[in-house]
Design a binder for this molecule. Structure first.
Ligand code: S3P
Length: 441
């Protein structure tokens, strides 16, 4: 667990320059897992050096996989094949990472040894029945603490392929089922409540597994094999999102965000911000590791509130904390519905953002599956990120428009997804510093 970290942020001048955000978190987790199960050696470049993805790497090492780091952002994984993992005598610590825990639950359900998955205080409160139940339907045996971690996964279960329908839109749940399906006899099929990010499917294909998929469904036969493959990880759209909104909000700003992954299941925020009036241009589109990738040029624009279309929610599920900040600075009202999942992320993101923005003078009404945000003027003050990385970075962006300094408590977990955020942000003009205890008192 990292030491406590608080920030103090002041509004400043226009933001200028170019930024290359760290590698995609979802892709980095999956690249490690599939490379570990493949035959041969895979090289991952652009790997996210975040605490979440490093936790997954450590766990795979505990399970007997050799992983080396020739340089920062690079990993070489010597795959052990589908049946080459070995039991760990110690629990497997996923840290803050819901993705790590849920995907590994699927992967470990097919092993012939027992495993225990644990996490930090936040992850230990997060719901796991969403993976336990579908995995049990495939024959897995997983004990939990009333539906929450730790997860005790019993090895040696005979997995039987089935067609399953997910009740909530979750790429993590879909991926857990598919990873268990690698070990099942017959064809495992998932039909989703709503289409979600398809990185697991794309990457299985790249590693040579015969999978079929389309928006909202995927089907694969079990008991095939994975062949090593090199993975180039594009920049994480969810990390770019803080700079997209920052440049939009501060008059006179222009930022170029380089090499950002633009998988259509991730970019709902672009559509929504454009509908609010944002000026976001896509330049130099190219493919990186099989993913649509481009540079984004963002200029300041005045925003107006909108009703966020429900069909966009899954495509921007990680971007609501920063959307709340954009809405707070827009003219008029922004309404969010159909986003109850936000209540079970790293924090209850509806509650955390609503109370933080209220502390800064914004009128926010919560509802069970979203919020109504009345745009207004931000004042300074003290806000609590509740250890949620995306809420902490969102409040740092809010401070750019505040009339007095904003103190943000509990920011250490920014390192889970965005190591180096502070330096990159300062480099384009954020006035953001580590706060002393006296400043936070
Ligand atoms: C992720 C899926 C999303 C997202 C998370 C990463 C993934 O969770 O919030 O940050 O890598 O599959 P859900 O699929 O549970 O919504």
């Amino acid at each position: 667990m990292s030491a406590r970290l608080d920030w103090i942020c002041h509004a400043g001048a226009a933001l200028r320059g170019s930024v290359r955000v760290p590698g995609d978190k979802s892709i980095s987790h999956r690249a490690l897992m599939l490379a570990a199960l493949a035959h041969g050696s895979s090289r991952v470049s652009g790997f996210l050096e975040g605490e979440d993805t490093r936790a997954t790497a450590r766990i795979l090492q505990q399970l007997g996989v050799r992983i080396t780091a020739p340089s920062a952002g690079e990993r070489v994984i010597d795959g052990v094949g589908l049946h080459g993992l070995r039991a760990s005598a110690q629990p497997l610590d996923c840290g803050n990472a819901g993705t790590g825990m849920r995907l590994l639950a699927g992967l470990l359900a097919g092993q012939d040894f027992d495993s225990v998955l644990i996490g930090d205080a936040s992850l230990s409160q997060r719901p796991m029945r969403r993976v336990i139940e579908p995995l049990a339907a495939l024959g897995a045996r997983i004990d939990s603490s009333d539906g929450r971690p730790p997860l005790r996964i019993h090895g040696g279960a005979l997995l039987r392929a089935r067609a399953l329908r997910t009740a909530i839109a979750s790429a993590q749940v879909k991926s857990a089922i598919l990873l268990a399906g690698l070990y099942a006899d017959g064809v495992t099929r998932v039909d989703e409540a709503q289409p979600t990010r398809d990185y697991t499917e794309r990457m299985l294909q790249a590693f040579g597994w015969p999978i079929e998929f389309g928006p909202g469904w995927a089907a694969l036969p079990g008991r095939q094999s994975l062949q090593a493959s090199d993975v180039q990880v594009p920049g994480d759209f969810s990390s770019a999102a803080f700079f997209i909104v920052a440049a939009t909000l501060v008059p006179g700003s222009e930022l170029l965000l380089r090499d950002v992954g633009l998988n259509p299941r991730r970019t709902g925020l672009i559509e929504v911000l454009r509908a609010m009036g944002a000026d976001i241009r896509i330049e130099a589109p190219h493919q990186r590791g099989g993913e649509p990738t481009a540079d984004l040029r963002v200029r300041h624009a005045d925003l107006r509130g909108i009703e966020v279309p429900r069909e966009q929610v899954a495509d921007m599920i990680d971007e609501f904390p920063i959307l709340f900040v954009a809405a707070a600075c827009a003219t008029g009202v922004t309404r969010v519905h159909g986003a109850a999942e936000l209540r079970v992320k790293e924090s209850d993101r509806i509650a955390v953002m609503a109370s933080g923005l209220r502390a800064l003078g914004i009128d926010v009404q919560e509802n069970p599956d979203g919020a109504l945000i009345q745009g207004g003027s931000l004042r300074g003050g003290a806000v609590e990120s509740h250890g949620d990385h995306r809420c902490a970075m969102s409040f740092a962006v809010a401070a750019l428009r505040a009339s007095a300094p904003v103190r943000i408590a509990d920011c250490a977990n920014v390192a889970t997804s965005f190591p180096g955020f502070e330096a990159l942000a300062r480099g384009v003009g954020f006035d953001l510093h580590v706060a002393t205890q006296a400043q936070m008192a």
